[in-house]
Design a protein. Structure first.
Length: 367
């Protein structure tokens, strides 16, 4: 924890939660940003002192926030940690700003459960909510009062995929995106991937297809032995776990431009429950969702109630997976683009360069 003694400076844009800063920099570009450390990684002692002397047995944290916000006097308070219930209560604490939430992942079932506890959540309100799809709007609008905008995912929108003619080699490689299981408390993140990935190793060996493994942060962040280890050590760990070295390793990248430019080179991606897979679908990439856990985390729309469809199945035997892979690889590009366009609207839309979001933010800032 860090401590600061100077009172907060005025700033038109206040980012609520340091973890929102990467999305904020994309949307607000070169504008000055101030950050409120919602997780209290830092404490402003000047504000803390004023909070202590004004404390009257009310909510201490709320009072700290109000005093802090008063000093900053922002026009906008923004977060991309959209499943933080506290954000939707801030307008009652400090009403003099426009509050904007920006969805950053598939809908969190735990967050929806907390919203349903209506006895304590009757006054959840912000001004603007950027969501992935109309379906997300329909669900969230039952609990949170605001204007909704279907505008996709900020980092995904920021880099357009350059569509190139498919070469013969494009059918000779497959990307598998690691993910995490819905039941985070009981199941090791890596164990959930082993069955399916080992099937893919076998299939790709038979079909002479190069298989790539895309590591996600959620795969190693709760394993202290992996979290602070080198890329080579993590790669060795996965190779030992999967019992094979006949695949290529793509490490997690904190640089979103580097990440997307690399992923855009693939024409076929296989996943379990990864938001990243649906981001690629929004850009026309062929995907296959393989999971024995239905409905997939955050996706309870109609297509997901069926155990098998155009690009998803709960069957994990070798023959079924091979058949799905063949069908999708051999589907004509025009046909797939129609599929991708149709389902992206239901799951995660694409707004090139975040034009919709930036237009709304610009109008607020010039008032």
């Amino acid at each position: 924890m860090k401590y600061f003694f100077r009172k907060p400076k005025k700033c038109k844009i206040l980012v609520y939660d340091k973890q929102s800063i990467s999305f904020a920099r994309i949307l607000f570009e070169k504008r000055n940003l101030s950050v409120f450390d919602k997780r209290y990684e830092s404490i402003n002692l000047y504000v803390l002192f004023l909070t202590l002397i004004n404390f009257r047995f009310k909510n201490f944290k709320d009072l700290y926030k109000r005093i802090y916000f008063n000093f900053v006097s922002p026009d906008i308070i923004y977060t991309s940690i959209y499943n933080d219930l506290s954000f939707f209560k801030l307008k009652a604490i400090y009403p003099d700003a426009e509050y904007i939430a920006d969805q950053n992942g598939l809908r969190d079932p735990d967050f929806i459960k907390s919203l349903k506890k209506s006895s304590i959540n009757k006054n959840l309100k912000i001004d603007h909510f950027f969501v992935f799809s109309k379906h997300d709007e329909n669900i969230l609008s039952k609990y949170i009062k605001c204007k909704y905008y279907v505008a996709g995912k900020t980092d995904n929108n920021s880099i357009r995929r350059q569509i190139k003619p498919h070469s013969k080699n494009s059918k000779k490689k497959i990307l598998f995106i690691s993910g995490k299981m819905p039941d985070r408390s009981k199941i090791n993140y890596i164990e959930s991937q082993k069955l399916i990935f080992c099937r893919l190793i076998e299939i790709c060996k038979i079909k002479k297809i190069k298989l790539f493994f895309k590591e996600k942060k959620s795969f190693f962040k709760h394993n202290t032995k992996l979290e602070y280890s080198s890329t080579d050590k993590r790669k060795s760990f996965y190779q030992n776990h999967f019992g094979s070295k006949s695949w290529y390793f793509i490490p997690y990248s904190y640089n979103h431009k580097k990440k997307y430019n690399l992923l855009h080179k693939f024409n076929f991606v296989i996943l379990q429950d990864s938001t990243l897979g649906y981001e690629l679908l929004s850009k026309g990439v062929k995907i296959l969702c393989l999971t024995n856990k239905f409905p997939v985390l955050g996706l309870d729309i109609n297509f997901n109630k069926k155990r098998e469809g155009l690009f998803w199945t709960n069957k994990t035997d070798l023959l079924s997976i091979t058949k799905k892979i063949n069908n999708i690889i051999n589907m004509p590009s025009d046909n797939w683009r129609k599929v991708a366009s149709n389902f992206s609207k239901k799951i995660l839309s694409f707004d090139n360069n975040n034009l919709k979001k930036k237009d709304i933010l610009y109008k607020i800032l010039i008032r």
